[in-house]
Design a protein around this ligand. Structure first.
Ligand SMILES: CC(=O)N[C@H]1[C@@H](OP(=O)(O)OP(=O)(O)OC[C@H]2O[C@@H](n3ccc(=O)[nH]c3=O)[C@H](O)[C@@H]2O)O[C@H](CO)[C@@H](O)[C@@H]1O
Ligand SMILES: C=C(OP(=O)(O)O)C(=O)O
Length: 422
């Protein structure tokens, strides 16, 4: 038996959806607690499967983790008792590889299983490893594990070939306690990187250039554990804003930070949607029947986020005319397409481009979530489709959306968590 959502589409949804803490900020920040001994307190941590997996990994390394509130954790670091992050935990989630930089910073020694690829792409880690080498570590890869060691970490000048989010995070965390100054160029500028840097800076790390493509990190001897609250999830916010467009703007989104959503909002506006922000409350104005097709290309931030591509496709599938989405970050991130087509969409993949011809409506079907954002895209299609849709393999969705069915029920959705035979 496997978890699924049973969704009866067609209900008129309205109300306010609240965004939780950002998964993609919480995960690196949790790994950063490995760097320094002491008691770390984190708030606004979303209740997600990925968070549970990472806490287990931290425990396996010798840290103690305790949930001290609905979205708060106490992480006690009395020193690492194990310097090996095992395949069983790392394979469940790519972000597990982010323990490597912190372990190096803490113990100058780390053995971490290679994460391998996943449904959306091959997801290599060569840039992470080059960065560690640039800080003086030696790297050995044997039997599916990466072992990194250093007598001491020393500041270096590292220029990334590509602004990789994970590599930027891992290298920053390794560098904050390295001896001397590290200059990191062509780094990723995703808001989650700023959140990680702000967290490290709150602990006493010296990082200049936060929010830019060049970071200068002056190593410090010691950090001081602090209490920190994770930023809101801009991908969850974007997902719910797409849902709002699908329901003619009847849904407001609380916890949407305008500066995090620039190119996404620009695309909505190009389609004819008006987006207003009152603080962190986003309101959508526009009717589905008036929307125009658009051409989208995913890109590193501040470009259009790959993590919003699948959800946006659900919207474009119902917009008259022909839209296009080019995916440039991951080689296999159109897994939602055959499933959306099973629900009546007219989408054709030509290499890295999806050509989307708008249809009038979706029809209900049994469909399968292949990955996290594809799952969200299918749930939204199901909420629009007449009849009953079953979305299976929702464990993917649980990796990244906190209590999605409860949030959707509150705005009038007929969605229920069930078990089905697979
Ligand atoms: C730039 C980008 O949009 N990154 C996304 C990526 O981050 P994530 O950190 O997972 O991925 P990266 O940003 O590292 O990868 C971006 C690209 O760089 C390549 N690469 C990466 C590391 C490496 O060592 N070698 C290498 O070649 C990858 O194959 C990929 O094509 O997935 C996350 C989850 O979906 C998103 O939140 C991030 O926004
Ligand atoms: C694919 C995602 O996450 P991860 O990098 O953890 O696989 C995502 O957040 O959309």
């Amino acid at each position: 038996m496997i978890g699924a959502f049973k969704i009866k589409g067609g209900n008129a949804l309205s109300g306010t959806l609240e965004v939780s803490g950002a998964k993609n900020a919480a995960l690196p920040i949790i790994t950063a607690t490995i760097i320094e001994k002491g008691t770390h307190i984190l708030h606004n941590v979303p209740n997600l499967r990925d968070i549970g997996t990472l806490m287990k990994l931290l425990e396996s390394l010798g840290l103690k983790t305790e949930k001290i509130g609905r979205n708060s954790y106490k992480i006690i670091n009395d020193g690492l008792t194990n310097l090996e992050a095992e395949y069983d935990l790392v394979k469940k989630m790519r972000a597990s590889f982010l323990v490597m930089g912190p372990m190096l910073a803490h113990a100058k020694n780390a053995k971490v299983s290679l994460p391998g690829g996943c449904a959306i792409g091959s997801r290599p880690v060569d840039l992470h490893l080059k960065g560690f080498e640039g800080l003086g570590a030696t790297i050995e890869i044997t039997h599916g594990y990466v072992e990194a060691k250093a007598e001491k970490l020393v500041g270096g000048h590292i220029v990334l070939d590509f602004p990789s989010v994970g590599a930027t995070e891992n290298i920053i965390m390794a560098a904050v306690k390295a001896e001397g100054t590290t200059i990191l160029e062509n780094v990723a500028r995703e808001p989650e990187i700023d959140d990680l840097c702000n967290y490290l800076a709150a602990m006493g790390a010296k990082i200049e250039g936060i929010g830019t493509g060049k970071l200068t990190i002056v190593g410090v001897e010691k950090l001081t554990p602090v209490e920190y609250s994770i930023m809101p999830d801009r991908i969850e916010a974007g997902t719910y804003m797409v849902l709002s467009v699908l329901f003619d703007g009847k849904i407001k989104v609380k916890g949407a930070i305008q500066e995090h959503l620039g190119s996404f909002v620009a695309k909505l506006e190009e389609m004819g949607v008006k987006v207003k922000f009152d603080g962190d409350l986003a309101t959508i104005e526009g009717k589905m029947e008036d929307l125009k097709p658009v051409i989208i290309k995913t890109a590193p931030h501040p470009g259009f986020a790959t993590d919003l591509q699948a959800q946006f496709m659900t919207l474009l599938a119902l917009v008259p005319g022909t839209s296009e989405i080019k995916e440039t970050i991951f080689e296999n991130r159109f897994m939602q397409v055959p499933e959306l087509n099973r629900m009546g969409a007219n989408i054709h993949i030509d290499s890295h481009v999806s050509i989307i011809k708008g249809v009038e409506e979706f029809s209900s079907a049994e469909v399968m979530a292949s990955d996290l954002r594809a799952g969200a895209a299918l749930i939204m299609a199901a909420l629009k489709a007449k009849g009953e849709t079953i979305v299976t393999r929702i464990y993917h969705v649980d990796r990244g959306y906190e209590e999605i069915e409860k949030k959707l029920q509150k705005i009038g959705a007929d969605i229920e968590r069930i078990k089905v035979e697979m």
